[in-house]
Write a protein that binds this ligand. Sequence first.
Ligand code: BGC
Length: 412
Amino acid sequence: MKKNFPEGFIWGTATAAHQVEGNNINSDFWLLERMPDTLFVEPSGDTIDHYHRYENDIALLAEMGFNSYRFSIEWARIEPEEGYFSDAAINHYRQMLEACHRHKLKPMVTFHHFTSPRWLIARGGWENEETAKKFAQYCAKVTSQLGDLIDRACTINEVNIPMVINRIHLAGLDMQELGFMQAAKPYLGMFPSDKLNTFMFTPSEKGRKVVLQAHKQAVAAIKSVRPDLPVGMTISMDDMQAVDGGEAVRDSFRHDIEDVYLQAARGDDFLGVQAYSRIRFGPEGKLAPEEGVEMTHMGVEFWPEALEATLRHASRIANVPMIVTENGVATSDDTRRVEYYRGALEGVLNCLVDGLDIHGYYAWSAFDNFEWMLGYEPKFGLVEINRANQERLVRQSGRWLGEIARTNCIDE
Ligand code: BGC
């Protein structure tokens, strides 16, 4: 049976600059990836050279059937030194935006997707209150130059990721104590006693405040230039389930990691929901994955139902229009990717039937790319990349999802 999505539903794929562009040398991650004893399994390097190949890449996404493309603008390129804005870098993103319009893809732009300029980190990074102001200035600058071409804007990708990493994925690990973080400081002109407050690894209460302030000030800055541009932030969410009386523990984790941020999104034009899997909690804390459940290459459960559960939770708390800004699976079996997307989209349809205000869906990811600390091994792409020659090959899942995008309906 065919099921339709609402008219005008946004269908897109997403990427992030550092994961696809290549040679993002003025960013904090470039440095951390290259330190001896780094936790990154390999450096990003050229990645998939999207910086130079964007024209063909964008044309390909349009040809596949999508009507939008979410990508991020790299702060470390736009403002490689504090206060110096590169016209050439701004012009590059202008050309990317124009390419989207030429190919009838509505551009959704993310202003910050995990990476920051090195100079920002040297000045206290995401624990320095000044960072909120500097971020807003950068957003205002970009909006004044490129705002006419942007369809929707995300200020910060996964505002809550420092808490998710610290409380869930690297629980108990003090990043500040790690040798490679210490070793990076002299390259930034910092003293050994200084704290290295990169975006992803700054889980303090102070860091939380700075990030939320940065979002708020950025919204105001963007709106002061283009009042009609829809702006929101995105949140990393999991289907957090309670097992055997784990409700109180689950609720406390969820409050700290997600709800505080969902509350902060109230009043925004939209909220970007990003979900991949589930986490179960018992009375003693987080539980291991359930036996017998298939695992993905990210070491999490294959759990497409996560999207429906997180959309429902986000809508209960934030109560603003929502867009799925990321959802997908890392697997080398493309038929499983199709099954994952099918399950997730069924969840979106269930939510829509119940009246949830969902405006679009972005698959993560358009292309195989640099998966942060895990390097190039996990494959999220609807398009496979041969990094030896940078050849692009659309996977069957890409054709399948593109057809859903083109027809705005799914065959169940
Ligand atoms: C991030 C992406 C990342 C993806 C898969 C999200 O947390 O926004 O940058 O690649 O998840 O791990």
